[in-house]
Ligand binder design. Sequence first.
Ligand code: GH3
Ligand code: MG
Ligand code: MG
Ligand code: MG
Length: 312
Amino acid sequence: LQHPVDASELASRIDAMLRERGDQAYRVLIVDDDLALAEHYRLVLAAAGMRAEVLSEPTEIVERVAGFRPELILLDVDLSGYAGPDLATIIRYYDEWVGLPIVYLSAETDHARQIEALSRGADDFLVKPISDAQLVAVVSVRAYRFRQLAELMYLDSLTGLYKHGPIKDALNAELTRARRKRDSLSVAMIDIDHFKRVNDTYGHAQGDRVIRALAHLLKQRLRQSDRIGRYGGEEFLVIMPASRADEARLAIDDVRRRFAALQFHHDSQVFTCTLSAGVADIAGDDAPQAMLVAADAALYAAKAAGRDRVVL
Ligand code: GH3
Ligand code: MG
Ligand code: MG
Ligand code: MG
């Protein structure tokens, strides 16, 4: 057998990649009905510094992908009572997950069936038995590439928050999930007050610093499961799963107070900024657009009432 790359060289390259990923381990979802094998894969990936979870109940795939947000899915082709390719097709149905790498695992050596399975929405095919080194190599290389791509596609470069389109896609997905689980869900629309004055008085670069400071506060103070997007120039949309409007209002009000307390330095001058926000929650069989309209109306009311406040 000929190896195109020296195994130890490959291992060190992958080590370097894993180090470069920063403090966040790659998230990998393993879907296999052979639980002993799935657990083995999970341990191998964990030993390589990744965070893997096992899904044994295929019907929960959409919920798990939305909740865990994997950066790669290892998908068994032959699940009892369920075809892996059907799951791949379901995942691809969601715009948000179009680029998510899906790698099939199978004992399938029939090429025609392999190709058939690939045509159903996956990216690659690993034939069992798979060596630990091969598993780590394939998963880490693909997850690394996906994270790079996802950052470009979904994240705003100034703030590292979701861009406009992706945060709206996220709202669709969270709303679907909240309805199915009969859970609460809130959104907040946040807008910096008199931001034109900041730009006019201190310059555009200083304005950018204010935007970044607010983004940082939001990331720092809100929950890991909350989704934060830069909806427009100095406007932010926050999606808060499992939060009622009164809880969401408290969390956003905490951010409001901390933001108002920040001091920005420009030459020898010191200035502060405030923000206004509108909060709305899921009501009846709300469409995503209705929630946004309600949050926007609340934001408008906050501005009209004098700014520097959160309105429900
Ligand atoms: P209000 O309290 O009513 O929200 O007043 P405002 O001045 O914030 O109102 P408006 O939303 O009309 O102005 C927002 C300004 O934000 C206009 C635009 O020049 C500026 N802006 C938009 N995007 C950016 C950006 O990325 N960087 C900077 N520095 N300014 C931006
Ligand atoms: Mg199986
Ligand atoms: Mg504004
Ligand atoms: Mg604005």
